[in-house]
Write a protein that binds this ligand. Structure first.
Ligand code: PEP
Length: 251
């Protein structure tokens, strides 16, 4: 039985005062939820604040990216060990905004995935197709390629300690979420592809859906048998909305 997981991706939003209100609200609202894991992935400068406000609560925290290198002359980069210093448990890898705006590729995402796991961080590995690719019937090909970029390099075993996220690009940051059936179809495809290599890992790996999840549509998405929770962008910036989504996953 897979436990549901809800991850907030704050992207480049927040400030010290607003974060405190948001995190206090999330902590209070999730205090009694026992059937869901909740995580917030905050911008690097706020990891220390997240650590001090979330330690000992029901909410874990993580980062939105990392550098695959341990240390060195890499101006502006943040290493996996640095995230550990701030108590991170999770890190988002290969988000579509990193791929489209920061030139991240299957290769660099895979290297980051591996670097995260090497220090014990749980990577939340994002995959998704553009609208054009979906309309050309390429969804399975694109998702398969992205998934294989990890499995081919590191073996299927690494997925046992990872979280996968299906994030169709046409749904992220839009007002156009995938329907529960559309998301379920891709999640099933992902699970079947993993099952070709290892049935147990395919059964156990958590696959999140991300893309315009709101309190209004969360329950419908989470009711699907292969959707194990959500990766939440905009709605993670409002404590009430994020808590409602966590509650939908908890039920
Ligand atoms: C995201 O950025 O991962 C995301 C899913 O954003 P939104 O929920 O705003 O669509």
């Amino acid at each position: 039985m897979r436990r549901k997981l809800v991850v907030g991706n704050w992207k480049m939003h927040g400030n010290v005062a607003a974060n405190k209100l948001l995190l206090d609200g999330v902590v209070a609202g999730t205090r009694l939820l026992s059937n869901v894991d909740c995580v917030v992935c905050v911008p690097y400068p706020y990891l220390s604040q997240a650590q001090s406000l979330l330690e000992g609560t029901n909410v874990a925290w993580g980062a939105q990216n990392l550098c695959a290198t341990k240390d060195g002359a890499l101006t502006g980069a943040v290493s996996p060990e640095m995230l550990l210093d701030y108590g991170c448990s999770h890190v988002i890898i290969g988000h579509s905004e990193r791929r489209s705006q920061f030139h991240e590729t299957d290769d660099t995402a895979a290297a980051r995935f591996n670097a995260a796991q090497e220090v014990g961080l749980t990577p939340i590995f994002c995959m998704g197709e553009t609208l054009e690719e979906r309309e050309s019937d390429w969804t399975d090909f694109i998702i398969g390629r992205q998934l294989d970029s990890i499995m081919r390099r590191y073996g299927v075993e690494v997925l046992a300690k990872a979280v996968l996220a299906y994030e169709p690009l046409w749904a992220v940051g839009s007002d156009n979420p995938a329907t529960p059936e559309q998301a379920q179809e891709v999640h099933t495809f992902i699970r079947k592809r993993i099952a070709r290599c290892d049935v147990n890992i395919a059964t156990e790996v958590r696959i999140l859906y991300g893309g315009s999840v709101t309190p209004a549509n969360a329950a419908g998405l989470f009711a699907m048998s292969d959707i194990d929770g959500g990766l939440i962008g905009r709605a993670s910036l409002l404590a009430g909305d994020f808590v409602s989504i966590c509650r939908a996953a908890n039920n």
